[in-house]
Design a protein around this ligand. Structure first.
Ligand SMILES: [Zn+2]
Ligand SMILES: [Zn+2]
Length: 248
């Protein structure tokens, strides 16, 4: 399983990070459509895309508008857009609205609630999901399993204990970490996570590797915080970086 980190920043892009987008180029699977979505077309190894949204905040959906031209030019021939009902309604009503962007690309909209089980098989890739309750309006966690490997993507949540079994034993966990330990008092208030609690989560759930994403965009460097101390909690921890790729 190949995974490209296209956008690893928090709410807005900065000099080193675009906002949320992670591509599995061989599978044609994309998680979130942040400002990094302009990077998808030239990296996608197929003509069809399965795009899974976590929630409808702008930093996760604005890039849906960037897919209009690639679809028009048939660089991407079909896009299945998955999200919960609340998310897809918000995309239709607030993003592709007459005054802001009147032409919604020819997405096939697929509500997560329409599945009997919270999972869909895409070729050899099994994608599963679980709601995350502790972000304003909620978010959605995803797991992909293929060929004995497990990848988990969790963003826009406080570490609230509700999804530990879901991500357990993942070979790679990409988890949000908006805040450092110094600014941790903001995490619960805003429904985001901070450094030590994410490392402790990775340790408790026996994941093999942890990449931190959705970093506070005021941090304008690739290595915003010193990880030396937190590596005593969980050693296989790194910052995700834009345009980094991983092979599981
Ligand atoms: Zn966000
Ligand atoms: Zn959010």
């Amino acid at each position: 399983m190949q995974i490209h980190a296209l956008g690893t920043g928090g709410y807005h892009p900065n000099e080193v990070r675009h906002t949320a987008s992670f591509l599995l180029p061989e599978a044609g699977i994309l998680f979130d459509a942040g400002t990094a979505t302009f990077r998808v077309t030239e990296r996608l190894l197929r003509k069809d895309l399965h795009l899974f949204l976590t929630h409808p905040h702008w930093d996760h959906i604005i890039g849906l508008t960037y897919l209009y031209v690639p679809m028009l030019l048939e660089q991407i021939q079909s896009i299945k857009l998955y999200g919960n009902r609340y998310t897809l309604e918000a995309v239709k009503k607030h993003l592709f609205a007459e005054p802001t962007f009147s032409h919604m690309p020819a997405f096939e909209l697929i509500e997560l609630e329409s599945f009997e089980q919270p999972e869909v098989q895409i070729d050899s890739y099994l994608v599963r999901w679980q709601p995350l309750p502790s972000h304003p309006g909620g978010s959605t966690a995803y797991v992909v399993e293929e060929n004995g490997q497990k990848f988990a993507y969790v963003t826009d949540t406080y570490v609230d204990g509700s999804y530990e079994d879901f991500i357990r034993d993942a070979d790679l966990l990409i988890h949000e970490c908006y805040f450092s330990d110094e600014t941790s008092e903001w995490a619960e208030k805003t429904g985001h996570s901070y450094l030590t609690q994410v490392a402790e989560l990775a340790s408790r759930t026996d994941v093999k590797k942890l990449l931190l994403t959705h970093i506070d965009p005021r941090e304008n460097t690739e290595e915003p915080w010193d990880l030396t101390e937190v590596k005593t909690v969980f050693s296989e921890i790194e910052f995700a970086k834009d345009l980094q790729s991983f092979q599981l």
